[in-house]
Design a protein around this ligand. Sequence first.
Ligand code: ZN
Length: 264
Amino acid sequence: MSSSSSDPITTYGFTAVPASASALLTSTPAYPPPSTPAPFIPVSETPIPDTPLAKRIQAYAREHLPEPTYNHSLRVYHFGLAIKRYRFPFPSWAFTDETYFLACMLHDIGTTEENQRATRLSFEFQGGLLALEVLRRRPEAGETEMEADAVGAVGGIATREQTESVAEAIIRHQDLCEVGKITAVGQLLQLATIFDNTGTHADLVHPSTIEDVSKHFPRQKWSNCFAATIRRENSLKPWAHTTALGEEAFPNKVLGNKLMEPYE
Ligand code: ZN
């Protein structure tokens, strides 16, 4: 859904919504009503944005992320748009697919082995900072197109506000608060990542949608892979923000994801 509005708050997903997912889901005037089951929304109905910027960042993600993480990032995109269409079809949630896509592609960029060891920052914070850089990156003077391409600098450049919305969503994507507000695009990223990782709020996505998305972007034992990433982060950085989700409880929840078990 591309917004014709020039209001950056709406276009880039800065609309403030409750941070508590359960409060949001119970309070949102739902259309269609929540008693209507989630509709089947195949991957073909939530296409990847056909823009130079989306293409550049997708290529960057494909280049830098291990395949299971890249596939997870694409599932988060399609699950998120399915959730949005079902539960948040509101004008205030009409941020561009491109903004959400960029957030999905880069949200776990801080978990790569190289990036985890490059900094003492928690992975989401480093990911947000990397996003600020990569989304605004232009080829530098004296840099060949090939050199620029290697760091993702060829193609569309995000505006400052779009970049900041994406960075904010990445930094807060594991910040599951019960109090306060978050951006709409940040809330959708939280809902969709937690959905793919733990199966929470299973009723937000039709089982056939889960099947179709998992067929296009196979999990390749994602639960084991992500649980190992969580444990590596927490052992390299015992102060990491990921510990806020429970040092044992969170990886165990990921490993106990019953909803996605048939597709592991
Ligand atoms: Zn993730």
